[in-house]
Design a protein around this ligand. Sequence first.
Ligand code: NDP
Length: 334
Amino acid sequence: TGGSETVMATRIEFTKHGGPDVLHAVDWTPPEPGDNEVQVENKAIGINYIDTYIRSGLYPPPSLPSGLGTEAAGIVAKTGKNVTHFRPGDRVVYAQSSLGAYSSVHNVPEHNLALLPPAISFEQAAASFLKGLTVFYLLRKTYEIKPSEMFLFHAAAGGVGLIACQWAKALGAKLIGTVGSAQKAERAMQAGAWATINYREEDIAGRVRTLTGGKKLPVVYDSVGKDTWESSLDCLQRRGLMVSFGNASGPVTGVNLGILNQKGSLYVTRPSLNGYVTNREELQEASSELFSLIASGVIKVQVEEAQKFALADAAHAHKVLESRQTQGSSLLIP
Ligand code: NDP
């Protein structure tokens, strides 16, 4: 239901894999939403590191040309005939949609959407939904972080990282965060990290041994990938858990499983949000916990003005993200 007039939209597409410059803005007429889909007029679009993997070809899309992006917040414009939870005019946020959220309009399966509480702005929502759901499953499900427990979280001043710092503090836990600069260390500490390690200058495992009085850690969350794989394993206690959840420096490949034995009978998992939030109930559980932490101010989501990019400047936004210049989340504004 909803209006049937033709909608014009701008969206970002790419026809081949490569660097940021393969991204182009095109004028586009979005199709009518499918029976189980909601058409959302996007007000703020989340930029996620995974978008760079899809663009580069590390995680190829189903076909080319392709849209990009899976997260945005906005207003429901139209609904398909089987949609029951949403109506035109509703304020919503989504993540995990099919590719194409880098657009002024996107059709999204109903089960990917959540109603946005009035206390949360479109920008806050687009800056925190996918990343916050990720922190939820990492700290609460993949391994359940306990009060006063110490653990390592890489790229702690990034989009996922700053939410993790705040969530860890709310749990009463001690997050040790790796960061690439002194300014990023300061930002992570302000967000609630217990300690930071500048991994461009310091030896990660050595610092972890010092910070833990030689005990090392029960769990490490590593989204940097190739560059930190081995030093992350060196931070773990016997039978500790390595959570490898990203590839910012490149993917971890060619692992000899014997290394897990040598470094102390370790466990490894390689999780993704799509393995933890798979249906409406799981989205409800994770999003209600996230929204209440944001609405109550326990988790603050502030996007730097310099990290709010016009939709048509998506290529530039990717360059800035990949050059490690950003702190916290970045947005595209249609
Ligand atoms: P970030 O804002 O964290 O940006 C990535 C950060 O990684 C950089 O700012 C940089 O911080 C650090 N980094 C370290 N080495 C490199 C390198 N060689 N090149 C570029 N950056 C590097 O991005 P997001 O918050 O969007 O995502 C964080 C990570 O989490 C990504 O790896 C992403 O793929 C992963 N992720 C995984 C999910 C899952 O379910 N598996 C879901 C969501 C995100 P610094 O300068 O401090 O080193």
